[in-house]
Design a protein around this ligand. Structure first.
Ligand SMILES: C[S@@+](CC[C@H](N)C(=O)[O-])C[C@H]1O[C@@H](n2cnc3c(N)ncnc32)[C@H](O)[C@@H]1O
Length: 423
């Protein structure tokens, strides 16, 4: 595609994404569906340009007024993902001069908000938690996330799948913490690979894999994945159960559960039972009360741990929305806990980096439910032979009660998990 046409397409897509009517990843995939002739490199340029504009929105909004032309074009120029020479061949003389001026601004001269590009309400909670690590977190949130795979160890071994991918031209290394993970060097198309078609691999962040590992579901058990969604963690749990026992995948969204079905078919798991529930107190949940060995609550949350992949979330979320979410999280956790039988394990997890959705929910649950005792996540992971388990965990009485993953420390999305045993 001619540089001018590609820049025009980038501007059009930036305009659509900045309406914030839909999540940015849906806007991008819809645009690709509507423009089937776009090649893989053009798609990569378009997607990364939009994501850069969303990541650096405050800085680019600050720089844009000194340029000329439609605002979305100025933003697309600032965020353009590709060689500078290629971009410059699409620009007018005036735009080229303006871009050189913008490029010459030193980061050290910028105001703090133009360096962190975060909404103010998010800054203090992160600084309170991280202190000097706030800036390393900011840097990591401004990088694209790596592509991680989970190997379905029901039928395949990680080392063998890694070799198979290598032969197919897909380079990877094993993930440092998850025993099932491969981190890819690039972002190749995976769906045409035999390993994908036969269910040997699934795309899944290493952090998500660790949440499923923490549940440690065993052969023959009765297990509930309470907020199963499209089943990323369900599939991992089903494999740890070696395709035995019964694994219920509950969710209030039939649409998301439908997306689980083809993944389930590829995985060859036959122990998974997807079930749509109307709400967390649904009759199905009541019928299983006291009968379940392990329950994972992968709660709906702000998603702010996934800002590397979903940078639009920082502009779509608000303190009010987070507050509302915590009420839901409390209610779902309380209801899901009733499923457990004595000796059963409960895991509450989010992909949030805010204490309100994490430690505060866990502490309130422990306070209100004396029949549940916290289990230190660091101990569980270290028993499961996870490398540097203590460095993945923090908080609580042991200082390692909660799994707390951060993009800048662990190269995963931001995740939280708390674990209890029912006495
Ligand atoms: C974080 S997502 C789950 C992601 C999924 N576990 C995975 O690994 O792909 C949270 C899910 O909770 C579901 N949800 C929201 N309210 C719920 C409720 N009251 N009971 C059960 N699920 C609920 C949402 O539909 C969403 O799919």
């Amino acid at each position: 595609m001619h540089p001018k046409a590609l820049l025009d397409a980038c501007s059009e897509l930036v305009k659509l994404a900045l309406r914030f009517e839909h999540p940015a990843d849906s806007v991008v995939s819809r645009y690709f569906r509507d423009h089937k002739s776009l090649g893989p490199r053009e798609r990569a340029t378009l997607a990364e340009t939009v994501y850069t504009v969303l990541r650096k929105k405050l800085l680019f909004d600050h720089m844009a007024p000194s340029g000329s032309g439609p605002k979305e074009r100025r933003l697309a120029i600032l965020g353009f993902h590709g060689p500078r020479d290629f971009l410059k061949s699409a620009l007018t003389d005036q735009e080229r001069k303006w871009l050189d001026q913008c490029d010459s601004i030193s980061v050290a001269d910028l105001m703090e908000r133009h360096r962190h590009n975060l909404p103010e309400w998010l800054v203090q909670p992160l600084k309170d938690q991280l202190g000097n690590e706030f800036w390393p977190l900011v840097d990591s949130l401004n990088q694209p996330a790596p592509l991680d795979l989970r190997v379905n160890t029901l039928n395949d071994k990680r080392a063998e799948v890694q070799r198979e991918l290598e032969l197919a031209g897909v380079a990877s290394r094993v993930t440092p913490y998850s025993p099932w993970g491969l981190r890819l060097a690039d972002k190749p198309a995976l769906t045409k690979l035999d390993a994908f078609a036969r269910g040997a691999i699934e795309v899944q962040d290493e952090g998500s894999q660790l949440l499923a590992l923490l549940l440690d579901a065993k052969r023959g058990e009765m297990v509930v994945d309470f907020c199963a969604g499209a089943g990323g963690k369900t599939l991992a749990i089903g494999a740890t159960m070696r395709n035995t026992g019964r694994l219920y995948a509950f969710d209030t969204s039939t649409h998301r559960l439908d997306a689980l079905k083809p993944r389930l078919a590829r995985s060859k798991l036959s122990n998974v039972h997807p079930a749509a529930i109307a709400h967390e107190r649904d009759d199905r949940v009541k019928r299983l009360a006291g009968k379940i060995d392990r329950v994972l609550v992968d709660a709906p949350c702000s998603g702010l741990g996934t800002l590397r992949r979903n940078p639009d979330l920082k502009w779509r979320q608000s303190p009010e929305a987070v507050q509302e979410m915590t009420v839901k999280q409390d209610a779902i956790l309380a209801s899901a806990a009733r499923l457990l039988k004595p000796g059963g394990r409960l895991v509450y997890a989010t992909c949030s980096i805010l204490p309100q959705e994490n430690e505060e929910i866990a502490r309130a649950f422990t306070e209100a439910n004396r029949e549940f005792s916290p289990l230190p996540a660091a101990e569980i992971l270290s028993n499961l032979k996870v490398e540097s388990a203590a460095a993945l965990c923090s908080g609580g009485e042991t200082g390692g009660d909660y799994l707390r993953l951060w993009p800048h420390r662990h190269q995963t999305d931001g995740f939280f998990a708390a674990v209890w045993v029912k006495n």
